[in-house]
Ligand binder design. Structure first.
Ligand SMILES: Cc1cc2nc3c(=O)[nH]c(=O)nc-3n(C[C@H](O)[C@H](O)[C@H](O)COP(=O)(O)OP(=O)(O)OC[C@H]3O[C@@H](n4cnc5c(N)ncnc54)[C@H](O)[C@@H]3O)c2cc1C
Length: 319
């Protein structure tokens, strides 16, 4: 079987999700041919080496100025070309904005669909199963993709990077491509970085909110309290997925790891993926559900509505 991983570059480095996927596919498809596509402008040898060390046997490179920044059409053309060349069984990419844009487009052109945001893959005999958490992660969708070609995106952060990779030098296959004007109708203009990047790692106090906060506007009380305490707000993935707060505030497996003196967890259930990012000296949990898992990790637990409790804490501290 042939597996093709779409590698992504971020800030001049191979994105961690790509390395995580390589780790996973090497584990599940031990005897398969695992290849990677590496598209970009001025592709660096160190990227190719790193992909090899993390388990890519072959790296298909397309080095072209048109691929310096991600644009749908040039990438669709480039990926389609590599797929035509090697006829892989599985094409897999991290479900970043780029991966989730690209793979369904290529899948549709191939006449198949794409399994999105998987968090696990299993091989059972001849069957390959793809797992996607659904219903706010309270249920798991298990999918089989029939047909000879399977397109899959992964939930970001789903797979760990191998800390001690033992791969070697990959074979490099450079693929030629020519882009026409119609491939380039959309032009890259600029990337504007966020004016403020939040480094939660050094925060001494974090007032973190979860789905229980109830909405974007309701985060105001958390911001006010964080400001009085000289700290920052934080959030669970549930909140960043719903755009209640920016992704930069996410804490946990796919977010930032934090080690504050005080962590106030308001309306957070205590999922392992959130808890794994927290090493707090004191954790204070506020939750209406007395059986919420967060209380197992808390030094102080308050059973109640965060919308009444946080204003009280704010008032007491202001006094
Ligand atoms: C591969 C993978 C990676 C993930 N990475 C992360 C990650 O990095 N970070 C992360 O956070 N999650 C991550 N998740 C998601 C994680 O599994 C949980 O779904 C998520 O953390 C749940 O967020 P939550 O606690 O806000 O929401 P919920 O689990 O829905 O909990 C909401 C809580 O609020 C309480 N509540 C409701 N109303 C109130 C109120 N008025 N006052 C007080 N309490 C109230 C409820 O009792 C409940 O306990 C990941 C999942 C997967 C599969």
């Amino acid at each position: 079987m042939k597996i093709l991983v779409f590698a992504q570059i971020r800030d001049g480095k191979i994105e961690e999700n790509t390395l995580g996927i390589l780790n996973k596919v090497n584990e599940v498809f031990r005897d398969s041919e695992i290849s990677v596509t590496l598209f970009g402008s001025n592709i660096k040898d160190e990227w190719i080496k790193q992909l090899g060390v993390h388990g890519a046997k072959k790296v298909y490179t397309i080095d072209a100025p048109e691929l310096e920044y991600y644009l749908s059409r040039p990438n669709v053309k480039a990926l389609s070309k590599v797929i035509d060349k090697i006829q892989p069984t599985i094409i897999i990419a991290a479900g970043t904005v780029y991966g989730e844009d690209l793979l369904p487009r290529v899948a549709i052109r191939t006449g198949v669909s794409c399994a999105q945001r998987i968090t696990d893959i299993a091989k059972e005999g001849e069957e390959i199963l793809f797992y996607t958490p659904v219903r706010d992660d309270q249920a798991m969708k298990v999918q089989k993709i029939t047909g000879d070609i399977k397109f899959v995106t992964t939930r970001t952060g789903a797979f760990f990077v191998n800390e001690n990779p033992t791969g070697g030098e990959p074979e490099v296959i450079s693929v030629d491509i020519t882009f026409e004007e119609r491939d380039l109708v959309v032009k890259h203009v600029e990337i504007k970085k966020a004016e403020v990047t939040i480094n939660l790692k050094d925060a001494k106090v974090i007032v973190a909110g979860g789905r229980g906060v109830g909405g974007k506007d309701q985060f105001t009380i958390l911001k006010e309290l964080a400001s009085i305490l000289g700290g920052h707000i934080g959030a669970t993935r549930a909140c960043t997925d719903m755009n209640w707060v920016e992704e930069t505030y996410e804490i946990g497996q796919t977010g930032q790891s934090v080690s504050p003196d005080v962590y106030i967890a308001a309306g957070i259930s205590g999922a392992p993926q959130h808890i794994s990012g927290i090493k707090a000296k004191t954790l204070i949990a506020i939750n209406t559900d007395e059986s919420a898992a967060i209380f197992n990790y808390a030094d102080y637990g308050i059973i109640g509505d965060l919308h009444s409790i946080l204003p009280l804490i704010k008032q007491k501290i202001s006094e």
